[in-house]
Design a protein around this ligand. Structure first.
Ligand SMILES: [Zn+2]
Ligand SMILES: [Zn+2]
Length: 173
């Protein structure tokens, strides 16, 4: 038995925590399973200090929750790597796979604004230029759309007038 430089204990060629976990489980660990040390001491392989996790994602989540608990007393917060604040998970954007991004929404916005300081002004300027260049075309398109949709729009308006509640109830009483 020897302790590796990273703190894990080896029995022959096997990790001691894996040997203990497999003994408790009565069979080899599933391929993706990870063994977690409750007290985070990799050399403490007592049975009641080990938790078998189904995969590394679950294991990593346990570590995040423990870190949050130690830092704030609440296991549900996550730390933003940018402002170092501990925040509710709603304060972070998520990736498509559901994982939280490790920078908070506030910092992400600040960074974006710092990267593109004149972005909004540029967009507005571009839009204004586009409209002035294509004014006739846009007006014609709008007119065309309206003439196509005129009947249903007018019908809806009549419907509201005849059957619907008056828009300003107070004015009619
Ligand atoms: Zn662990
Ligand atoms: Zn932040």
């Amino acid at each position: 038995m020897r302790i590796r430089s990273d703190g894990y204990v080896l029995v022959g060629y096997a990790y001691e925590h894996v040997v203990v976990a497999e003994k408790a489980l009565g069979k080899p660990l599933p391929l993706k399973a990870k063994v977690h040390h409750l007290d985070e001491d990799r050399a403490n392989n007592a049975g009641n200090n080990l938790v078998i996790c189904e995969d590394q994602a679950y294991h990593a989540m346990l570590h995040l929750r423990m870190k949050s608990l130690r830092a704030t007393g609440n296991p549900n917060l996550r730390q933003c790597y940018c402002c170092k604040e501990w925040r509710q998970t709603e304060s972070f954007f998520r990736r498509k796979n559901g994982k939280l991004i490790s920078i908070c929404k506030e910092c992400a916005k600040k960074k974006k604004n710092a990267l593109y300081p004149n972005r909004k002004a540029k967009v507005l300027k571009y839009q204004a230029a586009y409209y002035s260049q294509h004014a006739g075309e846009i007006k014609a398109r709008t007119k065309q759309w309206y003439s196509k949709n005129r009947e249903p729009i007018l019908a809806r308006r009549r419907e509201r007038k005849n059957h619907g509640q008056p828009r300003h109830a107070s004015k009619t009483t």
